[in-house]
Design a protein around this ligand. Structure first.
Ligand SMILES: Cc1cc2nc3c(=O)[nH]c(=O)nc-3n(C[C@H](O)[C@H](O)[C@H](O)COP(=O)(O)O)c2cc1C
Length: 334
């Protein structure tokens, strides 16, 4: 399959959101088994860490994870450009800039959602990154921040950043409230506003607009794809990863012409056991892998028993991939 990030017609069209402490390489490997055509994102990685940190640990990934975007955090054009260039060498498919994170730590660092009020600076960051890489440079943002929450504010932000060459915007369809709410509350308290995202697409038909936030039903995925170019799924993918397989078997198979049916849980678990074996040889702890699988049986008989077995046994001293194989007798793995 040919991937066309940033092209007129987006491909992929369904993405799993960047999520700190979740979408690490093990999680992405697992998600890829469940849906061959979803676009995956890394957790946010600070540009500074890419430049000065342990690159192998921060940036390495498995070839099966393509198509894969790296999400960068930062607000220094030169630093972001250098990080984009390093990420390009590592083989990512897209470089995404985080303009949506509301956490105190991120805000005090002067990046994330608070950059929405500095569209010129974001545009400079995008320009510098584009000069450093051939890959599409995209932006993930919110609909607004604090009192800057009307449509003209969002429109000015998008047009300013688009003028610097950003062709794809992922919009979390709620504003961020920067004082008084934790990141977690900021994903629940500000109301969802999909219509403002649809309006953006109407006003900027030449841009790719990907909608994100609260999408957890198959029907909603299809409906959003009628009015926007892409859909991004966050928490639902972690809580119920088989949702990704359902999306793949439906709308994504249709679009790609693939004849793909979801592997049963036993197949997935055996593949993850093989993966765990390889990763453990490199020093990875078993539960760093298995923690991503805990939602695999959601809605099935025996789900709680299976989850409890896996979470209790994967942390034991000397636990190895056999824990995954043994877990098969605790859930209905069809
Ligand atoms: C645990 C967690 C960590 C997150 N980390 C990031 C992040 O690193 N970068 C980012 O842009 N958004 C982050 N988000 C926000 C998600 O990407 C997404 O925008 C948000 O969860 C709304 O989508 P959802 O309703 O489908 O979960 C995070 C969300 C969660 C739940």
């Amino acid at each position: 399959m040919e991937y066309r990030y940033g092209a007129k017609k987006l491909s992929p069209v369904v993405f799993v959101a960047p999520m700190m402490d979740h979408t690490d390489r093990h999680c992405r490997y697992f998600f890829r088994l469940l849906a061959p055509d979803v676009g995956l994102y890394t957790e946010m990685v600070m540009a500074q860490a890419v430049i000065h940190g342990d690159r192998e640990r921060l940036l390495d990934f498995d070839a099966s994870e393509h198509p894969l975007a790296i999400q960068l955090g930062g607000s220094e054009p030169a630093q972001l450009a250098r990080a984009a260039s390093i990420a390009t060498e590592y083989g990512y498919d897209e470089i995404n800039l985080n303009i949506g994170c509301p956490s105190d730590r991120v805000r005090s660092g002067g990046f994330g959602a608070c950059l929405m009020i500095q569209p010129e600076l974001v545009a400079r960051c995008v320009s510098a990154m584009r000069e450093a890489t051939e890959l599409p440079v995209t932006v993930k943002t919110r609909t607004g921040i604090d009192d800057h929450d009307d449509y003209p504010f969002l429109k000015t932000f998008v047009s300013t950043v688009a003028a610097a060459g950003c062709e794809t915007f992922v919009v979390h369809a709620r504003k961020a409230i920067l004082s008084g709410l934790s990141p977690r509350q900021n994903r629940v308290v500000p109301p969802l506003n999909y219509s403002i995202v649809r309006r953006l697409k109407q006003d900027f038909p030449e841009l790719n607009i990907v909608v994100n936030g609260g999408i957890s039903e198959l029907a909603a995925v299809s409906e959003h794809l009628e009015t926007t170019d892409g859909v991004m799924i966050g928490r639902k993918a972690c809580a119920d990863p088989r949702f990704l397989s359902a999306i793949q078997a439906g709308v994504l198979n249709e679009l790609s012409g693939r004849v793909w049916s979801a592997p049963d849980r036993e197949t997935v678990i055996r593949q993850m056991a093989e993966y765990a074996e390889q990763q453990m040889q490199r020093g990875v702890r078993l539960h760093h892998i298995t923690r991503h699988l805990l939602g695999l049986f959601v809605g099935m008989p025996g789900a709680r028993r299976w989850r409890r077995y896996l979470s209790e046994h994967a942390v034991l001293h000397g636990a190895g991939p056999e824990v995954l194989v043994n877990s098969l007798s605790y859930g209905d793995s069809g």
